[in-house]
Ligand binder design. Sequence first.
Ligand code: HSE
Length: 434
Amino acid sequence: MTEIKLGIAGLGTVAQGVLALIRRNGVLMTQRSGVSLRVVRIASRREKPEVDLMGARFSTDLDDLLNDPDVDVILELIGGEGVALDLIRRALASNTPVVTANKAVLAAHGNELMSGSGKQLLRFEASVAGAIPIIRSISDGLAANRLQSLFGIINGTCNYIFGEMEANGTPFDEVLAEAQRLGYAEADPSFDIDGVDAAHKLTILLALGFTGEYDLSAVHIEGIRHVTVADIQFAKELGYRIKHLGIIQNTDVGVEARVHCALVPSNALLANVNGVMNAVQVISDGAGETLFSGPGAGGEATASAVLSDTLDLGKRMATAADKEDSAAKGDMAEPSVIAPAILPMTDVSSANYLRIPTQDRPGVFAQVTQALSEFSISIDAAIQHEASASQPVVDIVLLTNAVVESAMNAALERLQGLDIVAADIVRLRVAPAL
Ligand code: HSE
């Protein structure tokens, strides 16, 4: 049995989840792995909450974690860049293994952190999709495969908001306010609802499975603010549900990497992932279609992934000690895919959902279809409901054929300029075949 002494940075929801899981399942973890975890030090710049620290020393100075010779592994559970990045850098520089749940740091600094000894010392299973072991599944479980595509519901806040809008017909702003009240959404929800959180996670999956590079700028990012209850209802009428998706596709001409809303056929597995749950579907040449789903956030759910990394590091450190090779602390699979080109978003092809608010007068439909035909865009399905005295603006809803983004954008500009168009057009892409 090997004892690994932990230093924890941060004492928020995830850190408290780590303490709770060790308290409850510590013996079981040791039986399974041969590694015993002991928390020896906790550092948090916030005031200490009333929680059982399991005998660990507490301080408000993060440097204490780095300076304590008892600490074998640091769990960075602060989040964000800033002090968390500084702590990870300094720990790695002093050859101390780090487990983190920090997707922002990986997305922005993954190339730097995973260079040199970082490959051996840094683990980040909890950074993507909470409890779902997707990092290890891609790095190890599917290591024999060429990944063809990946589709993920990787932001639970967006998924929850769409679910409530659909179930109760409640407008976006009201659902968001309620989600904040319930503690599902942050006080500043912009990272979630503007797609940044999902883009951070997709960047990590892109690096591990497809390109070998952590490059947030390679990901096209859109959020969910523009989607209305009317769009959710029209999509349903057409046989789809609207989801906020992370999409990576390996095509002949490059890799697509994008985060945006998409219409998903109602009977697809991903369409039926509800609430704050996450799911990632990976399609690869040998394994075929694999689907991973589970809670994407939450104290113990995220702690489950943090402790999985910690136990794995502990097992490797024990093996290295047996071999008297103190430098060989682990061998996290480094991204090994030769970087193919990223496809610019303008070259990506998608079918599109358009909701065009129009004046109710003769010839309107003809003008819309004429504008689309100028860009060789064909219509696959159309809906228009009768106008009413109380609703003089009528939505024309169209599904187009698959068309390259640059043509769709030009067509949208043309449509938006027509004087029969009464308000902003809503455009959503249809998900590629899942
Ligand atoms: N804010 C994230 C979400 C969870 O809503 O999915 C943490 O990554």
